[in-house]
Design a protein around this ligand. Structure first.
Ligand code: TYM
Length: 332
């Protein structure tokens, strides 16, 4: 374990996970487990930056953990834990709030997008400092790589900036991590508007596929997916809807976009959409069965997250102790 490079990543339990979360991040996490020392976190503290019903948060947190395991994250290989169980995240987050600037946090596009939807008097301060908590998540484990989707790239750049800033000011302390963003699947787009990303907070449920969607729902949503009037399955930016469907198909089947395009030469969108739906459901079916099984076995999930918190805490405390010492806090 000790010599392996370190991976950290997390997902918000803000609702059920989407095909975007799965293809952009989770599917890559599974592949990285053998080669790296991986920490995969359910970031519940991030999820409260927008108002959330306590009972939904509790349910979603366990569901996300079940989704991780059902998708192939092996608790024997990777450390799985819940963010709020390791208080070092909040503590380093505070230190980093004092190291980051109002200007740079104002430029974060995720903050701009989310705050735009709210009245200016009701934008939680937590939403503004959300990225510094994410930076803390990553730096506590001295992560080398952070597997995420394209939408998190800017937060990863901030992570690198703050790590370097701390190292410059207080001497070498943090590893400066790299983002790991794979080419296909890095940005799965909405099925209703292929110019915007697939998101679980979309008001139109036809825009996203949830990992727990039924076979019928998946078929229906792909049938309704917005394409274009060209009628040719081809991979280019003028046909963003079709391109998105090809990306989904490709990421799951492992076939290249060229192969897929040649398979559908002379065939219409209807057949293609049906086939994409079947490929997606084929991938999700065994995952759904495992999710259902795990959610009936809460004791098992509890064992996993308690053990994970212990392992994570040990590593995180070690980094935090160093940080506190360097910034001049008196050791207790
Ligand atoms: P979150 O919870 O929004 O998304 C979890 C992961 O899924 C990826 N993703 C997508 N990838 C491709 N296409 C999409 N349509 C799509 N939608 C989401 C995201 O890029 C992400 O990798 N801030 C993070 C959570 C976080 C985190 C961290 C991540 C907190 N601390 C530390 C990595 C490291 C977020 O909101 O992800």
């Amino acid at each position: 374990m000790g010599d392996k490079k370190v991976i950290f990543s997390g997902m918000q339990p803000s609702g059920a996970l989407t095909l975007g979360n799965y293809l952009g991040a989770l599917k890559n996490w599974v592949k990285l487990q053998d080669e790296y020392d991986c920490y995969y976190c359910v970031v519940d503290m991030h999820a409260i930056t927008v108002p959330k019903e306590p009972k939904d948060l509790r349910r979603n947190t366990l569901e996300v953990l079940a989704n991780y395991i059902a998708s192939g994250i092996d608790p024997e290989k990777s450390t799985l834990f819940i963010q709020s169980h390791v208080s070092a995240h909040a503590e380093l987050g505070w230190v980093l709030n004092s190291l980051s600037y109002y200007g740079e946090l104002s430029r974060m596009t995720q903050f701009k997008d989310k705050s735009k939807r709210l009245d200016s008097n009701s934008i939680p301060a937590g939403l503004f400092v959300y990225p510094t908590l994410m930076v803390a998540d990553i730096l506590l484990y001295q992560a080398d790589l952070v597997p995420v989707g394209e939408d998190q790239r800017q937060h990863l750049e901030l992570t690198r900036d703050l790590a370097a800033r701390f190292n410059n000011r207080f001497s070498e302390t943090f590893k400066v991590p790299d983002a790991y963003i794979s080419s296909e699947g890095a940005k799965i787009m909405s099925l209703q508007d292929p110019q915007s990303k697939m998101s679980k907070s979309d008001s139109n449920e036809n825009a996203y596929i949830l990992l727990v969607d039924s076979h019928d729902a998946i078929r229906r949503k792909f049938k309704r997916a917005v394409t274009d009037s060209m009628g040719v399955v081809s991979y280019n930016d003028e046909q963003p809807g079709v391109k998105n469907l090809i990306n989904i198909y490709s990421k799951i089947s492992g076939k290249t976009s060229e192969t897929i395009v040649s398979e559908y030469e002379g065939k219409g969108y209807a057949q293609f959409k049906d086939d994409v739906a079947e490929v997606v459901f084929g991938e999700l079916k065994p995952i759904q069965e495992k999710i259902n099984y795990l959610l009936k076995n809460k004791d098992y999930l509890e064992k996993i997250y308690l053990l994970g918190a212990e392992k994570a805490e040990y590593v995180a405390r070690k980094t935090l102790r160093k940080v506190y010492k360097k910034i001049g806090f008196i050791p207790r």
